[in-house]
Each structure stands twice: as C-alpha cells, then as structure tokens.
Design a protein around this ligand. Structure first.
Ligand SMILES: NC(=O)c1ccc[n+]([C@@H]2O[C@H](COP(=O)([O-])OP(=O)(O)OC[C@H]3O[C@@H](n4cnc5c(N)ncnc54)[C@H](OP(=O)(O)O)[C@@H]3O)[C@@H](O)[C@H]2O)c1
Length: 342
C-alpha cells in the first residue's frame, strides 16, 4: 500500500490573506534512493525565498508545490549510496529548491548538503540556522575569501553589512566578528539597532537615511568589504561610493534595474553574487562543501562561539501557521529567524 503524508502547498500566486494561498493536502510519502536521506521533519525555518517563490509563480501549477527548504529533522531511511548519515541521526539543512520542500511531514534531501544538527541547542534554535549560515559563510569565506582563523590579518579590514538584523545579517555579523573583522551593520529601528549591537556590530548606520554621510561622520571614507543583504537597487550607488579602491562587494539580493558596474570601474573594485542554492541547483561537485560548512557551524554553535539567531517560534507545521509566518516575512521587517516546530 502506498503510504501518505501531510504537507502544505500552493498552486496559484494568491495574497497571503487568502485562505487558499497555502493549503493543507495529502501526498505520497517519498522513498530514499541514491544519495538521498528521508527526513522526518521536526522543525522548519521560514525564509524570504519561500514567499518569493509563492508570489512569483504565474498561472496554476498542475500539482500543489511544497515550499520551505530550511529544516531540522531525524533521518528515517537512507538511499544505497549514502555514507555520511544513518537512520536515527538528527540533521539540519537548507535543501534544494528544485525539489519538494520541508513544509511537510517528510522530505528527501541529498546527504551532501546536510549537516549534523547541533546537540546543545533546542530543536527550534538549531532549525533557525542552516540557510542563513550557509549564505553568510559562502559570502564571507568563499566570495570575499576571508579566513575564519586569520583574525590578526582580518582585523585590519572593515566590513559593512547592509541589513544587519535580518536572518542572514544576524549570523553574518557573528561570523565576521569571529573572523576578527571590524563590522559596521545597518539597521533602522530601535529594536533592530539593539539586536545588531547585541550580536557584536561595532557601529550601526541607518539604512533609511543616506549612508555616505553617516559613514564619513564615523570617521571613515571607505570600507574594505560590503555585504549587501537588502535592496541592491536602492543601495548600489552608495555601495559604489563607499567601497575602497580594490575593495569587494557581495550581494545576495537581485537587482530589478540594470546595475551600473561602471560606478566601481575606476576603483577596480570587485562585485560578486552569492546564491546559496547555486551548488545544489547545478549539482556542482562542490555540493559537499555545504555538508562541511554545516558541520563546522554545528560545532561552533555547540561550543558557544556562535549563537542561534532564533527570534520567534510558532507551533504546528500546517497551512494556517505557515500563512501567519509568510505574512510576517512579507513585512520585510523581520529580526533574526522565525521557526515552526512540527
Ligand atoms: N542569495 C542567497 O543565497 C540568499 C539567501 C538568503 C536570503 N536571500 C535574500 O536576501 C534578503 C535578506 O534575507 P534575510 O533572510 O536576511 O531577510 P529578512 O530577515 O527578511 O530581512 C529583514 C530585515 O531587512 C531590513 N531591511 C528592510 N528594508 C531594508 C533596506 N531597504 N535596506 C536595508 N535593510 C532593509 C529590515 O530592517 P529594518 O526593519 O530595521 O528596516 C529587517 O530587519 C532577502 O531578499 C532574501 O530573499 C538571498
């Protein structure tokens, strides 16, 4: 007999206030083959990509699509080629956007993009971390080529993080401080300003006000590195002005207008994109690095060198809870991470 599982999905791009924007349904419980792990989901974290995919889908999908890829759960079964994990292991991961997501009772995920869950955190605290930690890690240590353990070398560099209080910024501040950098973060409200300071930001600029005069007032003309985590179009001209000659800018958000790269030509500055799904989307041999990064993040969390960015926990993974969570993410004012436990 075919086993069934509960899931939450969507078929058309409806406003989140519409009760049909996300709905509960039953589907076939998947089976693990090859490098796949079958995970019993214990908690999920909700990210802007979930709402972005829901909202940007055109027409009606033939089958409901299961969103949400960031998750923590227990390995229930493994494919024949699996060598990194066994049934009973507790793991966390950000998944693969080409496949069914984690807003369900069970999910398949390739072992090469999965890490062992931290043991000293609660399920919700740990579930908050994978997608944002992978994004921040790849931005800092792959794109900007910083070295986590070269703190004396990094101490000479200043990193500006635009959007310090969101999910990615909250872990990027901690990783950059751990690596020894001076960190300037942006935040615009008393609650977000307090949050980024508490996470270790050395200085705070308000991204609702022009950034250049604030930077100059703080005594600096340029910053060495910039991590752009919100509104690339809105901040691009300022980023080009604030980056030092031969500096490096990384953006994790897309532009919606043509990006004028000529603004950084005279400075010979570098611009890089970071998308944490590139490795799994294109099935790159480097996929295994996401296993290694998550293993390291797990260890740093257990050691207390990093702390969870969990800010709010909701209970029960169903359509009603997920509609509330999407509504919150869509405000674009989130602080840290929102997690839903099963
Ligand atoms: N490329 C990738 O791999 C990747 C990975 C993760 C996320 N992303 C994308 O990166 C973005 C950030 O993700 P996230 O999870 O960190 O988001 P998030 O948690 O939803 O970010 C919310 C924060 O954004 C700040 N913010 C709002 N408008 C801003 C603006 N104009 N300039 C600067 N900050 C602003 C808000 O601060 P205030 O309330 O103080 O204004 C709020 O604290 C999203 O667009 C997401 O889709 C990309």
């Amino acid at each position: 007999m075919v086993e069934k599982m509960k899931a939450v999905g969507f078929q058309t791009a409806l406003p989140i206030s519409d009760p049909k924007s996300l709905f509960d349904f039953e589907t076939t419980k998947p089976q693990a083959t090859g490098h796949d792990l079958l995970i019993k989901i214990q908690a999920i974290s909700v990210n802007p990509i979930d709402t972005a995919i829901r909202r940007s889908t055109s027409g009606k999908l033939r089958e409901p699509k299961i969103l949400g890829w960031d998750a923590l759960g227990m390995v229930e079964a493994v494919g024949r080629q699996v060598s990194l994990f066994k049934p009973g292991d507790q793991v966390f991961y950000a998944g693969d956007v080409r496949r069914a997501g984690s807003n369900a009772e069970y999910q398949l995920v390739d072992e090469r993009i999965v890490g062992p869950a931290p043991q000293k955190l609660t399920i919700a605290q740990a579930a908050a971390m994978p997608l944002t930690a992978l994004t921040a890690w790849e931005s800092l240590f792959e794109k900007l080529q910083l070295n986590l353990t070269a703190s004396s070398k990094n101490a000479r560099q200043t990193l500006l993080i635009i959007n310090g209080a969101g999910g990615v910024g909250s872990i990027a501040i901690q990783l950059a401080k751990l690596a020894g950098l001076r960190v300037i973060a942006t935040a615009s409200r008393p609650a977000t300003i307090a949050w980024v300071k508490d996470l270790g930001a050395d200085a705070v600029l308000n991204h609702r006000q022009p950034l250049i005069p604030q930077l100059r007032k703080s005594g600096a003309q340029y910053v060495d590195l910039i991590l752009g985590l919100n509104d690339l179009d809105g901040h691009w001209a300022e980023m080009a002005e604030m980056i030092k000659p031969n500096g490096h800018i990384v953006s994790i958000t897309a532009n919606h207008q043509p990006l004028d790269l000529s603004l950084i030509k005279a400075k010979s500055a570098t611009f890089s994109w970071e998308w944490m799904y590139t490795k799994s989307y294109y099935q790159l041999p480097t996929m295994i690095t996401q296993h290694q990064i998550l293993e390291k993040v797990s260890q740093l969390l257990d050691e207390g060198a990093l702390r969870s960015t969990l800010r709010e926990t909701m209970q029960q993974i169903n359509a009603a809870t997920l509609r509330k969570a999407h509504q919150q993410i869509e405000t674009n004012h989130s602080i840290g991470k929102l997690v839903i436990t099963a």
